[in-house]
Design a protein around this ligand. Sequence first.
Ligand code: 8YV
Length: 339
Amino acid sequence: MRKNIVAFRRLNEEQLAQLRQHHDVDFFEHHEDADSPAFHAALAKAHGLITAGLKVTPQLISNAPHLETIASISVGYDNYPLATLNERNILLCNTPDVLTETTADTGFLLIMATARRAVELADWVKDGQWKSSIGPDLFGSDVHGKTLGMVGFGRIGAAIARRGSLGFGMQIRYTMASPKPELEKELGALRLPLEDLLATSDFVCVSVPLNRDTEKLIDSAALELMKPNGILINISRGKVIDEQALIEALNTGKIGAAGLDVFEQEPLPAESPLPHMPNVVALPHIGSATRETRAAMAQRAVDNMLLALAGNDPISSVNPEVLTRRVKWSPEFGPGAKL
Ligand code: 8YV
């Protein structure tokens, strides 16, 4: 049975054609489209929503009474009201795995760029200031052989640690609710309580999902524990760090530098001092943003959507338990489903 899909950004022609072979698709290309009457009219009849970067509120869900499946073009799902989706038996699919290595590359890019002051020095050259060889005031610090503390040791965290351990001879520490014995064996990683990891790591790299437990996990007390030359990297979500406390710690020399791909508010507000601070490398949330990986993520979302709308298990989802709660004989699983 043909169903209605709203596709919000990031799909290419082939992916749209693939969806249109089986379903009717309303495609919205621009971010501003989310506020348009056409978008809301399409949502009102949608069975499927494919999206990236859209804040999905309970209100938006209540305006989509037929919605069965959301396929997010992201691994993180803090943009979605999971409790509301569960109540409505709406399946939420995401895109793990396909972005792991690219996002780990971004993490390592930030480690290298902050340690070697690459952006600051490139700006210095651009400014015409390179008149003689640089002095110690512009020296960076080594990466190889240093200690890398991973706050969160999931797929992406492990891929960053692998780069550090195998490529740069770094000692790996990690903090995580449950131990990862295989990674401990593979990388010689040592599991520590957060406080000890902060106090003993040269680089602290945040790679945890945002949820109630991790919001502002790195606050002023945590920053206080870091080494004075310590470097903080964040490739997860901005709200995991207390940004005001971080600005203070960077300004007062409590920590050495920060490499940030994510921020409390995105896009970063014009008044934020962060991009202007010499000891900060600020990127516009590019963790997974390569041509290859963004195409693979969009393809995963399309595959998830087609499988789910056909009543099959998707490749990756956040709340697969809603499938078992749906009434199998219901012609339209979502809204009519009874527990
Ligand atoms: C997404 C990300 O592309 O996958 C994630 O969780 O952070 C990014 O790679 C972005 O959040 C979607 O807009």
